[in-house]
Design a protein around this ligand. Structure first.
Ligand SMILES: [Zn+2]
Ligand SMILES: [Zn+2]
Length: 334
C-alpha cells in the first residue's frame, strides 16, 4: 500500500468517526423499556461466571475426565443454560473446562445481561448455550432484516425493537388469561409451555412500575400445545387475548452484536437526522425511520441517503462546530 493511499484511508476513517459523533446517538429509552439489570448488578457474575480459576483440571470430572477436550467441549455446548451454570459450579475442574471454551468466554464477556435475564425469568432451562451464542454472533433481526440490538428471550432470537413490539412471532400473553380462555389446568399448561416470570420494574422511561412478578407465555409456544378434536383452535384463543407491548418487552433484553471476524462489539446506533425529519413531519414512515438501529457501517450507508443527517453534518463544518440537535436525541430518547 502506498503512503498516500494510507493517508486517504486514514482521512476517510477520521471523517466517518466525526460523522458518527455528530449525527448518530444511542437510544437510552430502549434500555429502559426491556429487561435490564440495575447498574453494578452483574459485577460479581462478571468476575466469576463461566470463568476458570486458572488451576489444574487434573481431577474432578469423573468419567468425563477420559474424554478428549474437543469432545468434552462439544458436549458442553449442547447444554442448556441452567445445566451449564450447574455444571460449572459442580467442581473446579468443571469450571476450568467451561472457562476454556471460547463460546462460554464470549457469552460471559458480552451476554451477561441476557444470561441474567434468562435466569431471572425462569427460561434458563429452555435456552441452549449454542442458540444463545449463535444469537450473539447474528447481526440482523430474524424477522425484518434490520440491525437487531435485542434478544427475544423465549426463543433466544436476535431481533429489533420494532419487531418486539409488533411481530406476531414475538407476542407475549398472560398465563392466567391463556388458562382461562383455553380452559386447561394450570399444571398441564406449565408442563407444555415454558412459563416466563416477569421481572418487576417500570418497562418505560416515565410510566408505571410493575411491582409484582407476572406469569407469561410466548404466543408462539401457546400455539404449539397438543389438542383434541373438540378443543378450540389455539389461534382463535389467542385472538381473544389482548396484545400488549409492555408484556412483549418483559420478554426481551439488549444484546450487542459480536463480529467474530473483527472482534468488534456493537449495540446499534440511531440517526439524529431521522428524528429531525420526524419532528418536521410526523408520519408512520418517519416514525419507523426514527426507530431503526444501525451498525456503524450500516449507519454510514444510511447517512449518504439521509438528507437531514447530511444537513446536520454540514452545519457542524466538518465536526468542528457544535450543532443544535433535537432535545430527544440529546437525551438519548429519554
Ligand atoms: Zn425486526
Ligand atoms: Zn437518518
Amino acid at each position: 500500500m502506498l503512503p498516500h493511499e494510507l493517508d486517504q484511508k486514514s482521512c476517510e476513517s477520521l471523517e466517518s468517526e466525526a460523522i458518527l459523533r455528530i449525527t448518530s446517538y444511542h437510544r437510552r429509552d430502549f434500555d429502559a423499556k426491556v429487561v435490564t439489570a440495575e447498574p453494578g448488578q452483574h459485577d460479581h457474575a462478571r468476575s466469576s461466571l463461566f470463568k476458570s480459576f486458572g488451576e489444574s483440571a487434573s481431577s474432578g470430572l469423573g468419567r468425563l475426565q477420559r474424554l478428549p477436550f474437543e469432545l468434552l467441549s462439544s458436549i458442553c455446548l449442547l447444554l442448556d443454560l441452567q445445566s451449564a451454570l450447574n455444571f460449572s459450579q459442580a467442581s473446579r475442574s468443571a469450571r476450568e473446562t467451561i472457562g476454556s471454551i471460547p463460546q462460554y468466554h464470549r457469552l460471559r464477556e458480552h451476554s451477561l445481561e441476557c444470561i441474567w435475564a434468562l435466569s431471572r425469568t425462569g427460561l434458563s432451562h429452555h435456552t441452549s448455550i449454542s442458540d444463545l451464542h449463535a444469537a450473539l454472533l447474528t447481526e440482523l433481526c430474524v424477522i425484518c432484516g434490520s440491525f437487531g440490538g435485542f434478544l427475544f428471550l423465549p426463543s433466544a432470537t436476535r431481533c429489533c425493537f420494532a419487531c418486539i413490539e409488533s411481530a406476531p412471532d414475538f407476542r407475549i400473553i398472560s398465563f392466567h388469561s391463556l388458562q382461562k380462555e383455553s380452559r386447561r389446568l394450570a399444571t398441564w399448561l406449565k408442563r407444555s409451555h415454558p412459563v416466563i416470570h416477569s421481572i418487576p420494574r417500570s418497562y418505560s422511561s416515565n410510566e408505571k412500575e410493575y411491582t409484582s412478578r407476572r406469569k407469561l407465555v410466548s404466543g408462539h409456544h401457546a400455539l404449539q400445545f397438543p389438542r383434541a378434536d373438540h378443543d378450540e383452535d389455539p389461534r382463535a384463543i389467542l385472538g381473544k387475548l389482548p396484545d400488549s407491548p409492555v408484556l412483549r418487552c418483559m420478554a426481551a433484553c439488549r444484546l450487542p452484536y459480536f463480529n467474530l471476524a473483527t472482534g468488534d462489539l456493537q449495540l446499534g446506533i440511531s440517526c439524529k437526522g431521522c428524528q429531525i425529519a420526524m419532528e418536521a413531519n410526523f408520519s408512520d414512515a418517519n416514525f419507523s425511520r426514527r426507530e431503526r438501529l444501525y451498525s456503524r457501517d450500516g449507519f454510514m450507508r444510511h447517512f449518504w441517503d439521509c438528507v437531514e443527517a447530511k444537513e446536520l453534518w454540514a452545519s457542524s463544518e466538518g465536526g468542528m462546530v457544535a450543532v443544535t440537535e433535537p432535545e430527544w436525541t440529546r437525551r438519548g430518547g429519554l
